[in-house]
Design a protein around this ligand. Structure first.
Ligand SMILES: Cc1cc2nc3c(=O)[nH]c(=O)nc-3n(C[C@H](O)[C@H](O)[C@H](O)COP(=O)(O)OP(=O)(O)OC[C@H]3O[C@@H](n4cnc5c(N)ncnc54)[C@H](O)[C@@H]3O)c2cc1C
Length: 418
């Protein structure tokens, strides 16, 4: 057992980017703490992503403020293993007290005194503050419509690694956010017959008038949006850093050979049924794309910036046949589909956190990460403080806010003590 009767001020659970950022701020404030990680530092970037994934934002943007990516140009897109290496090196820089291979099994409040009991596979720890930094994407979600079907291999995008992993036959990818789109593109280029089920999505231009979309979201204040627009809670964002980075263009994907279909409605009796909404979903994605171009043009005009015009960004290819004559169902056998990849997102899992920090739907109750259970904090959740909260640079700023809050609480509890 590593922890016999360990008592520490703060325990951070999870050593992804959120846990590493948290540790940096706590170290800076001189707050004694431990970071417990059940696997390895930045494990999600190592084993929870497909092999060819690169960061979606350029290296100058998708990083912490105090360290650049070694050997990568500022505008380059960092391969996922190097992202994980980066967090490991970052943690080593300030000797982060990270214990890997330590899984937190149970947390609950002490009775009659402050603080929490944290049970792990390596013993028990007591702490005044607990930061849950276990990630925004904890449990892969496959919707209930995915029934068990003989001779059909079904997996979540979290399990997808590379084209060689799949057997022969066609593939349906359900979900056209950044993961689904990039996996579809990779499989089609590897020679697979690919169907891509496209629901509601936003698709920002990769770059416009010589600025990456990450820059545009920054200067237009969109990373700082406090909540998703009403009705857009389930809208995915399709953007890609693959092959040097490019705008996701569903028409181009269709001409390349990917067969686009609407939202997947049911998988039943050897058939897959789709909604007749493909053209509408593509049109809505176009609207979102054009609205960013308009906002960028207005920003350039207002600030008198010297950035070259890009009228070709507003020209779209003709609608492909699959959009004008949408396929409404597929016979799994006839179409030769042997695999479905569900790129349908993730949910949270705080089954180990037995404190009063959840609402009636089991959602974390918090304000900018400060939970309704005094001493418990959440970090890395979608929209924790703003749109940028799950992203590398965003979580660093949220962690700073939480560390400051812990420091202030420590001052209150020190008051009056000799
Ligand atoms: C496909 C994909 C691509 C992405 N690309 C980008 C990108 O390009 N740029 C960007 O900024 N963001 C990107 N993100 C979003 C985000 O940066 C990542 O999801 C990132 O991994 C989140 O970091 P985190 O530290 O909050 O959570 P995680 O990386 O998930 O870390 C949580 C850690 O907690 C550990 N843990 C969980 N439960 C316990 C427990 N009970 N006890 C101990 N340890 C535990 C896990 O092992 C894990 O290491 C991407 C997300 C996905 C899914």
């Amino acid at each position: 057992m590593i922890f016999e009767t360990t008592v520490v001020d703060t325990v951070v659970i999870g050593a992804g980017q959120a846990g590493v950022a948290m540790s940096e701020h706590l170290t800076h404030l001189g707050i004694p703490h431990l970071v417990l990680e059940k696997k390895r530092i930045a494990e999600a970037w190592r084993s929870g992503r497909w092999d060819s994934l690169v960061a979606n934002g350029p290296a100058w943007h998708d990083r912490f403020p105090n360290m650049e990516f070694p050997g990568i140009s500022a505008d380059g897109f960092v391969p996922k293993e190097q992202v994980a290496d980066y967090f490991e090196a970052y943690a080593a820089k300030f000797n982060a007290p990270i214990y890997t291979g330590v899984e937190v099994k149970h947390v609950e409040r002490n009775v009659g005194r402050p603080g929490f009991i944290i049970e792990t596979n390596e013993g028990v720890i007591e702490a005044r503050h607990v930061v849950a930094a276990t990630g925004p994407f904890q449990r892969p979600v496959i919707p209930a419509i995915a029934g068990e079907i003989e001779n059909l291999h079904q997996m979540h995008s979290a399990e997808y690694k590379n084209p060689q992993q799949l057997g022969t036959g066609a593939v349906l990818i359900v979900g056209a956010g950044s993961s689904g789109v990039q996996i579809a593109d990779e499989l089609q280029r590897a020679g697979k017959e690919v169907y891509l089920s496209v629901g509601a999505h936003d698709r920002p231009p990769r770059s416009y008038r010589q600025r990456d979309f990450c820059w545009w979201l920054g200067v237009l204040g969109l990373w700082d949006a406090a909540a998703s627009q009403p009705g857009k809670e389930h809208v995915t964002i399709a953007v890609s850093g693959a092959r040097g980075g490019h705008t996701v263009d569903f028409r181009a994907l269709a001409y390349q050979g990917v067969k686009l279909v609407g939202l997947t409605k049911a998988v039943t009796d050897g058939k897959i049924i789709f909604q007749p909404d493909l053209a509408e979903n593509i049109a809505r994605g176009d609207e979102n794309y054009l609205s960013l171009l308009d906002a960028a043009d207005a920003y350039i005009a207002r600030n008198g910036l010297d950035l070259p015009e890009e009228p070709q960004a507003r020209q779209f290819l003709a609608d492909p046949d699959c959009a004008t004559h949408p396929l409404l169902q597929l016979d799994i056998k006839e179409a030769g589909i042997t695999t479905i990849i569900w790129a349908t997102g993730y949910s949270l899992d705080y089954s180990w956190l037995n404190v009063a920090a959840f609402d009636e739907n089991n959602k974390p109750k918090h304000q900018r990460g400060i939970s309704s259970e005094q001493g418990v904090y959440f970090l890395g959740l979608p929209w924790l403080s703003r749109r940028g909260s799950t992203f590398i640079w965003g979580v660093w700023h949220d962690a700073k806010y939480i560390a400051d809050h812990i420091a202030t609480q420590r001052k209150y509890s020190e008051y009056g003590k000799k």
